[in-house]
Design a protein around this ligand. Sequence first.
Ligand code: IMP
Length: 428
Amino acid sequence: MRGRTDIVVGVQWGDEGKGRVVDVLAAKAGVVVRYQGGANAGHTVVADGEKYVFHLLPSGILYPDKLCVIGNGVVMDPEALFDELDALAARGKKTARLVVSHGAHIVMPYHKLLDKLSENARSGDTKIGTTGRGIGPCYSDKYGRIGIRAEDLVNADILRAKLSLTLALKNDMLTKIYGEKPFSFDEVYEKALAWGRRIEPLLGDSFLEIDEAAESGQNILFEGAQATLLDVDYGTYPFVTSSSPCAGGACTGAGIGPSRIDRVIGVVKAYCTRVGEGPFPTEERSETGEFLRRKGGEFGATTGRPRRCGWCDLVAVDYAVRVNGLDGIALTKLDVLDDLDEIKICTSYDINGKVQKHFPSSCAELSRAKPLYRTFKGWKRSIADCRRFEDLPEAARDYVRFIEDTSGVPVLLIGVGPGREQTILRGI
Ligand code: IMP
């Protein structure tokens, strides 16, 4: 029988704790696949009391018996990849077998520089607050059909021809628009060839590996990076990333047909955060926001930037349920709310005096949304040791049930602490 195929997607603006959810679910999967984004992600996994942050590697990498795949929808920074692999080796960790798709696009040095230059050239509320990892410029080249793919790194002639065309365009942009120094062709070319020598043994037909593993009965887990509200189509454009983190992105980014997907699980943090610019209706610029940031350790895993914090927004959750077709929710960091007297959750927006329950598709309209809340009593005790739903205090169960009832989607997993074992599983 074919193995089960699950997609794990972020529901909010990223940093929901997808890494730990994938790490838990990976125990039952044979293959873990990243399908979009790049080293802009920061997926934190705590295993056996040790903390790991993965930017590019799939979060299943700590299981030596698994296959981990970097799909063609990912933009891959070889230096970030090697750094992560070397760091795991230095810690004496055995890792999963890794396959990198031939078609994954390569983040080149000029992409990272252009990302920073174009961000610096924006001012005021036109700034996006990118991670500076070259993500937008690399995807621009992919869709402009001048990108360098992983397969090009192992073919010196093709690489020379492609890089000649692309680097000439980039150097024009750097010198004529930004007044910067051009990149030396030879330096970039030699660097890319050296990457190719290390990447060659990892290259493969990733979609075929995934399909064959599913055929042989193994479960497949697709790990989204970033999240629904950062999706280039469905997020708060232009304050988004340049890829498709939504469930549909897994099909194009990893080469799997929609009819082969069994389940889509959305990861919802028990409150909400955003890093970078753009509207965030439930943001708390108050002591509560400060409390959530401190207790939740809400500082970017990739950039170290303090995250903007606020209450969980069920209008946004409803949107994610529809856009992704969510079958289940993984609710993370519920323990961060332990000490609060009251917990708020947004159930609708007031936009220009009109109450609405639907997430507006226009970013300008979202900027005018005032959140309307339902307030819950806090449970005021630690839930870190709870392992079954029944172990949770009644007020915490009420909060979880309200999320289920309002969204119409069951909460299948609850995170009560950072450790792998600090998880309540409910039929997942
Ligand atoms: P980029 O992906 O670096 O181009 O950044 C675009 C926007 O997405 C910025 O607001 C970033 O802060 C945000 N972003 C990118 N990756 C992540 C992530 O993994 N978690 C949270 N926000 C992210």
